[in-house]
Structure formats: structure tokens, C-alpha cells
Design a protein around this ligand. Structure first.
Ligand code: HSE
Length: 424
């Protein structure tokens, strides 16, 4: 029998306890053992959680309990859970966590502390989609060329609504919060951080890249408005919040999480609503695609329990982050964000005066930016204003940032220009 303590019996913790009970036949048949939750840790034991396991407010009832074989960490936060997981490992207990923020900062320290003790974290990226297993085991013969994912359901829900109905960002965010998709602090979702945390975990497994959130380009979706949606539709794009890891020249890898215009014909562009989708290209397998629920009690618990079953079967046989040693000749390193090269879309609100367009295209030209397509939209409420919508050919991130800063200084520029990257 494998005995489990659950720290944090919220939506996911309660699902874990209930699925372990209700699906015990298949779970036991698959791993040859019973997996039994023996205690759950909560802040308030008087609140009904819909579970039949004993509850306690004392963390040591799990961490110092010699009966507990595996600690499931479902607390949320970074430093608090780090101390908890460290203590569990130091006490010789295996750990399963769904905490992407914890892993975004501490995955390498935890790997070191754990040694041979298993740490499962399938639930930390894209909820119910087994993407960690896919990368670490299923695709382990491949050099990974790229990972392109929709890994935040809240952003995807909001953008899907903005594309299909005439609604603005703020109104849909309220709805997403009411439906319970967003994190407690929704800036984690709509600011791109939740997706970036997940990307960093995958980047370690795919490339051995040891980066922190501060090292990579992270943007959210707060700046997207109906004019961007209009342009996207006009030119055959969807707007998605993407996480991108891409191998580029000179053994570099670019890592970024931001909104992007994606051709509507691509499979990833069709991943809608609160669903997650991830495309992984391996040098031998080609493109593989993963689709499913990225959040929700049962979907996330499904991944947590898959880790428990692995631990019950043999102990974890794969190294936590997928590598037994560094790549020969040195591994891959992170590309500086300024060096990223892609296509861009820009939205610039200006006074509709003679010569404005010439000034702007001249600035773009000065920075070596070549325009691909252009639209001018009159302002619906103020006839003296117009919005200029450009897309560019491939150019460098730093040049685009510099050009946008110069354009913002023009007296005819009436709002901070906005840019969205294009991912063909
Ligand atoms: N808030 C996350 C999302 C759920 O919207 O996808 C789990 O990471």
C-alpha cells in the first residue's frame, strides 16, 4: 500500500482524494498496490471539502508522519511550498506537486535535494495533458526543435471570446473569474506569468535550460483591443497567448510567452476557449500535437494520480528534469530577448494629418523594418484621429522596440504604440 498525505485540499486536492477512492479498481490494477490518502492539511477543518479523509491544520501530521510515503503539495505560492517540499524530501518522502511557480524558481534545487527520491510534477504544466511524460519519455530520442503552446486557459478563454464576440478584454476577464478559470490573482494569468512558469519547466526537460522567469520575455494580453482583432480577422489570423521555446543558430534557445497572431489555418490556432494545446517538433518525429484541459479539479488530479501510480510501480526511473548528464560539447544557452527575430504587427493611433504616415514609415525604415501590409482605420468617435495597423517582414526585437520608442515621441502619435508578434 502507498500512503499519501495531501497538503491543500481545495478543488484539486478534493478531486485527488475522491478519484483515488472512486477509481481505486483501475488504479490498483495498474500499479499493483492500493494508493490511500490518509490525511489532508487545510487552513480550516470546519469547512466541508466533500472528502472522506481525516483533515488537520498541522502540516507535521503529513511531514513528520512516518506512515506517509508520498506528500502531495497543492498549496500555491513559491517560498512556503519550497520549505514544505524540502522538509518532505529531507524526511525521505516522495513528492507530487502541481505547483508551476515553485518549479519555475526551484526545480533544479529540488532535483538536487531529492537525489533518488521521486518528485512528480506532471500536473504543473497544462493540467490533464501528459506533456511532461511526452517530452521526458515519449520523445527522448529527439533533439527538440520547438515547443509552441497555449498553456493558459484563462487567456485562451478571453481571446476566444474577443475573437468571436464584440467584447473588450476587461468584460471577459470578469466572466473568466466568475467561472473560476483565473488564478486567485488574475495578473498571473493575463500578465503571462502562469504560462511562462510552465514554459520554463518544459524548457528544462526539452533543452536542459536553467532559466528563471526574470530571464525571459513575458507579456500578457491586457493590451489587446478590438482593432487588433479586426486586423487579425482581415488578414487570416487568430490571436492566441503562446509560449514558445525554439532552438536557433549557435546553440541558442529562445524562450518567450506573449500574445501572437497565428495563421487561422494552423492547428494551434484552433485550440479555443479554456482548452490548452501544445505543438512539439522533434528532429526525428516531426510535429506532434497535444490537446486537452489545462485546469480543473479532475483533469489536474488525473495528472497528480498518474505520478502517484508511477511512484507506486517502481519509483521514478527517469531523472526529474530529463537529463542524466550535460550534453557533450556543452548544452544550449538562452538567447537574449533583444535578438529574437520574428514578424510583427503594430497599432499606432495618430492625428490624421498630412505626412504622418511618411514620418512613421521613415522611422521604420531607419531601423531596417520592412512593412508587409498596412490598414488605416478612422476613429469611430473622433474624426481627427486614425489608427494605423502595420504588419512587418521578419525583423529583430530590439529594432522594433527602438522604432516604437521613436514613433511614441512624435507629436502626432496619440497613444503609446502597441505591438504583437506574428508567429507563422
Ligand atoms: N489559471 C490557469 C489557467 C490554470 O488559466 O490555465 C492552471 O494553471
Amino acid at each position: 500500500m502507498l500512503k499519501v498525505g495531501i497538503i491543500g485540499v481545495g478543488t484539486v486536492g478534493a478531486s485527488v482524494a475522491n478519484i483515488l477512492e472512486q477509481n481505486s479498481d483501475i488504479i490498483e490494477a495498474r500499479c499493483g498496490k492500493k494508493i490511500v490518502p490518509i490525511v489532508g492539511i487545510v487552513r480550516d477543518v470546519s469547512r466541508d471539502r466533500g472528502v472522506s479523509i481525516p483533515l488537520s491544520t498541522n502540516m507535521d501530521d503529513v511531514l513528520e508522519n512516518s506512515e506517509v510515503d508520498v506528500v502531495i503539495e497543492l498549496m500555491g505560492g513559491v517560498e512556503g511550498p519550497f520549505e514544505v517540499v524540502k522538509k518532505a524530501l529531507q524526511n525521505g518522502k516522495a513528492v507530487v506537486t502541481a505547483n508551476k511557480a515553485l518549479l519555475a524558481y526551484h526545480r533544479y534545487s529540488l532535483q538536487d535535494i531529492a537525489g533518488d527520491i521521486p518528485i512528480g510534477f506532471e500536473a504543473s504544466v497544462a493540467g490533464g495533458i501528459p506533456i511532461i511524460k511526452a517530452l521526458r519519455e515519449g520523445l527522448s530520442a529527439n533533439h527538440i526543435e520547438s515547443i509552441k503552446g497555449i498553456m493558459n486557459g484563462t487567456c485562451n478563454f478571453i481571446l476566444t471570446k474577443m475573437m468571436s464576440e464584440k467584447v473588450e478584454f476587461k468584460d471577459v476577464l470578469d466572466e473568466a473569474q466568475k467561472l473560476g478559470y483565473a488564478e486567485a490573482d488574475p495578473t498571473f494569468d493575463v500578465g503571462g506569468f502562469d504560462a511562462a512558469h510552465k514554459l520554463l519547466i518544459l524548457a528544462s526537460i526539452a533543452y536542459g535550460i536553467h532559466a528563471n522567469p526574470e530571464d525571459i520575455l513575458i507579456e500578457g494580453i491586457e493590451h489587446i483591443n478590438s482593432e487588433d482583432i479586426f486586423f487579425a480577422k482581415e488578414f487570416g489570423y487568430n490571436i492566441k497567448h503562446l509560449t514558445i521555446a525554439k532552438k536557433c543558430a549557435n546553440n541558442k534557445v529562445e524562450l518567450r510567452a506573449h500574445a501572437a497572431l497565428v495563421p487561422s489555418s494552423q492547428m494551434i490556432a484552433k485550440v479555443d476557449d479554456v482548452m490548452n494545446g501544445i505543438s512539439v517538433i522533434g528532429d526525428r518525429v516531426g510535429e506532434t500535437m497535444y490537446y486537452g484541459p489545462g485546469a480543473g479539479g479532475d483533469a489536474t488530479a488525473s495528472a497528480v494520480i498518474a505520478d502517484l501510480i508511477d511512484i507506486a510501480r517502481v519509483g521514478q526511473s527517469s531523472p526529474m528534469l530529463g537529463f542524466k548528464r550535460d550534453l557533450e560539447g556543452g548544452g544550449l544557452t538562452l538567447l537574449n530577448s533583444d535578438e529574437i527575430e520574428t514578424k510583427y504587427y503594430m497599432r499606432i493611433k495618430v492625428s490624421d494629418e498630412i505626412g504622418v504616415l511618411t514620418k512613421i514609415t521613415s522611422i521604420l525604415g531607419d531601423f531596417g523594418i520592412s512593412v508587409d501590409s498596412f490598414l488605416q482605420k478612422p476613429d469611430s468617435s473622433d474624426k481627427s484621429l486614425a489608427t494605423l495597423l502595420f504588419s512587418t517582414h521578419k525583423c529583430k526585437e530590439l529594432d522594433v522596440q527602438n522604432a516604437m520608442n521613436e514613433i511614441a515621441k512624435l507629436s502626432t502619435c496619440r497613444e503609446k504604440p502597441v505591438m504583437i508578434r506574428i508567429e507563422d
